[in-house]
Write a protein that binds this ligand. Structure first.
Ligand SMILES: Cc1cc2nc3c(=O)[nH]c(=O)nc-3n(C[C@H](O)[C@H](O)[C@H](O)COP(=O)(O)O)c2cc1C
Length: 436
């Protein structure tokens, strides 16, 4: 794809982002950051502001899946930061679907440790900011990216000839049929733990997401949209019906994979996204009482440039990265237009660093989204939301979009900001030393 385009919007005027070529990529801008203090209703819940902290796996849980003291400290610090909506990272529904040995996993046995986590989040935010945040848990099976003992143990949706020469373990129909029960159990436990809502994750190439592109899979989970989305539908039905309508029913979905492959969900013929099947997934979510949708694209494993645009050590983002952010935000905007009854979270803003609050304010002002989601930025600058809303935003504390946190994640190390946080900086330095 030829990513040449014209950038407009005052965020780009006279700023390092003004890499103007031809075409079109709109990033909104507003200097009135107070708009980020707009409250958002989700059913009976009210978020105190329009800032969301995205799910970010920290890889610091105990091996039985419970949050460790380090996990709790990380979330306490995030909660003090004052986002109205805190989306807790991917939590596995089973041992073999863990993305790493230190991923969270909710079970009957460790339920109390999750209660402690939720309590810590809520009380830290109330104490520091005077309001209770909305806390969502993300439930997942890592599928192709399962690594429960630290060694890859992929469980794939199909033999993807574009990325592998030989088939890996392909999950059977019978195994898929057993998954809704695991998700519904985890959903029930999550509400008992005190979470306000649950997210059924179908993004970034993990199992439910990968099945959406199982065009060639034989049987009832492959081929037609109805078959490819069967697992997702069953997970949504089983999990949402397990929790009260008073709880928030949410999902994080890939509306576009963007893989250079014949197996790519949401692909249009011109290389851009086609949201028609994503809209059908959203209809499933809504039909089952879904109220909140976190819109994302791409995969951190296969096309991180689509999923979390980064700078690669550059002072300013390259035009491709700006285009990727435009695509993420525009996709979310189109979904918001089509489904005004859903509350939407968009993603990718950390790319913009010191300018991200202004672009976020622009997005909310223009009704492109209900929440602006901050991922890597929340690792770098946990106090961001509070600082924005109390006029204390400090551009020296921002994420530089180097994606060093992802390097830690990839190497099964505790993940956090290697630039702004001394602990993770050390972890990164030691890792580099060991590598020679
Ligand atoms: C270290 C790391 C861990 C992540 N963990 C999760 C996760 O648990 N669940 C999820 O849906 N996305 C996860 N993501 C993706 C982020 O939520 C977000 O979509 C991405 O970083 C882009 O947003 P940003 O530009 O604000 O960082 C992770 C990203 C990184 C870098």
């Amino acid at each position: 794809m030829n990513n040449t385009y014209k950038l407009y919007g005052s965020v780009l005027k006279g700023t390092p982002f003004a890499e103007i070529t031809n075409g079109e990529a709109y990033i909104p801008y507003s200097e009135d950051l107070s708009v980020l203090g707009t409250k958002v209703n989700i059913g009976k819940f009210i978020s105190s502001n329009s800032i969301e902290y995205q799910p970010m796996e920290g890889q610091d849980a105990l091996t039985d899946g419970s949050p460790s003291p380090q996990t709790i400290a990380r979330y306490t610090s995030l909660a003090k930061g004052g986002a109205g909506l805190i989306w807790v990272e991917a939590v596995s529904v089973c041992e073999e679907g863990k993305s790493n040995p230190y991923q969270l996993q909710i079970t009957e046995k460790n339920l109390d440790s999750f209660k402690t986590l939720v309590q810590a989040i809520k009380s830290a935010c109330i104490e520091e900011n005077g309001f209770e945040p909305i806390v969502i848990i993300q439930l997942n099976h890592s599928g192709r990216y399962s690594k429960p003992t630290g060694v890859p143990a992929p469980i794939t949706a199909y033999f993807n000839t574009d990325i592998e020469n030989e088939p890996k373990r392909i999950i059977t129909d019978d195994e898929l049929k057993a998954l809704p029960e695991l998700f519904s159990k985890a959903s029930k436990l999550s509400i008992l733990a005190g979470f306000d809502g649950i997210d059924i994750k179908a993004c970034h190439g993990y199992l439910a997401s990968e099945l959406l592109s199982a065009f060639d899979r034989a049987g009832i989970y492959g081929g037609s949209f109805e078959n490819r989305s069967r697992l997702f539908k069953e997970l949504i039905e089983a999990s949402f019906s397990e929790i009260s309508l008073d709880n928030i029913r949410a999902a994080r979905i890939n509306v576009f994979d963007g893989y250079d492959s014949k197996y790519s969900f949401g692909q249009s013929k011109n290389g851009l996204y086609d949201l028609s099947e994503a809209n059908m997934l959203i209809d499933i979510i809504k039909k089952n009482g879904g109220k909140l949708l976190n819109v994302t694209m791409g995969s951190p494993y296969r096309n991180p440039d689509v999923s979390r645009p980064y700078r690669n050590g550059l002072d300013k983002p390259k035009s491709d990265a700006i285009f990727a952010l435009y695509r993420l935000w525009n996709g979310a905007k189109e979904i918001k237009r089509k489904h005004p009854d859903l509350k939407i979270v968009n993603t990718g803003v950390s790319l913009l660093g010191a300018l991200s609050p202004y672009a976020a304010a622009g997005a909310v002002t223009e009704g492109m989204t209900d929440f602006v989601g901050f991922g890597r930025m929340s690792f770098a600058y946990p106090d961001l939301a509070r600082d924005i809303l109390t006029n204390k935003f400090d551009s020296k504390k921002v994420c530089v979009a180097c994606s060093g946190c992802s390097t830690l994640k990839k190497n099964v190390l505790p993940s956090g900001c290697i630039i702004r946080n001394d602990y993770y900086k050390k972890v990164f330095q030691n890792f580099k030393k060991e590598q020679g």
